[in-house]
Design a protein around this ligand. Structure first.
Ligand SMILES: Nc1nc2c(c(=O)[nH]1)N[C@H]1C(S)=C(S)[C@@H](COP(=O)(O)O)O[C@H]1N2
Ligand SMILES: [Mo]
Length: 215
């Protein structure tokens, strides 16, 4: 079969399974999408900082991060630019694991989280969404370490898990590639694309792409 008709066939199948959100189309590739340059990262100086509304700030270096218990996830990713990638395999650490390990205590008044990446990219999510099992601090995609353009060495990633429709699922920009900081907040603070007019909740099923339908 020609690959174009194979793509349409797979797309039809995902739609029939109820896994294709409105306005999306299936991609067989893993597109690269970001604003600005790909940072080059030195693992010997890399760290990940948890700060803001926490009992005490936490800094993990690369070695410490890699000693945390790991989680593997199969997710469907949905980009606001309308591509959807199905059944992608991710591996990393959940925020819940970091809490369960007793490394971090979030203050009860913290309700929102801002992810900070290299070169100033930010994106925000409610804390309850960050604690869902479909948000991962990911080191691996498809069994291999992330490539530089997909977020090496660590990125936030959030997508849909088949059969777990109760999980809130936003578009993929809500996961920061090259993540370096996780800030806990009492008040919501919009990130890079949210300030540029993209929708704050960004629910893929409600097609919340932008704040204004004229955008
Ligand atoms: N640091 C950073 N993370 C980012 C972005 C960015 O511009 N900078 N773009 C977001 C957007 S819009 C998408 S769709 C995904 C794309 O991830 P990918 O390039 O691995 O497909 O990264 C998200 N994370
Ligand atoms: Mo995106």
């Amino acid at each position: 079969m020609f690959s174009a008709s194979k793509r349409r066939e797979e797309e039809k199948q995902k739609r029939a399974e109820g896994r294709l959100p409105p306005g999306q189309s299936l991609t067989q590739k893993f597109p690269v999408l970001h604003y600005g340059p790909v940072p080059s990262v030195d693992l010997s100086t890399w760290d990940l900082k948890f700060f803001g509304e926490v009992e005490s700030p936490l800094t993990l270096n690369w070695e410490q991060f890699n000693q945390l218990p790991r989680t593997k996830l199969n997710m469907d990713l949905h980009c606001v630019t309308r591509w959807s990638m199905f059944d992608s395999e991710w591996e990393g650490v959940t925020l819940q694991t970091i809490l369960d390990e007793g490394l971090l205590k979030i203050k009860p008044e913290a309700k929102y989280v801002l992810q900070h990446a290299e070169h100033g990219y930010t994106t925000n999510l409610p804390l309850e969404v960050m604690l869902q099992e479909n948000f991962l601090f990911a080191t691996h995609y498809d069994g291999k370490p992330l490539t530089p353009e997909h977020g090496y060495p660590l990125r936030g990633v959030i997508g849909a898990i088949k059969g777990q429709e109760e999980l809130k699922t936003p578009y993929l920009w809500k996961g920061a590639k090259w993540i370096r900081g996780v800030e806990f907040l009492t008040q919501d603070q919009e990130g890079f694309w949210e300030q540029a007019g993209y929708h704050n909740q960004a629910d893929i099923w409600k097609e919340q792409r932008t704040k204004s339908r004229f955008f």
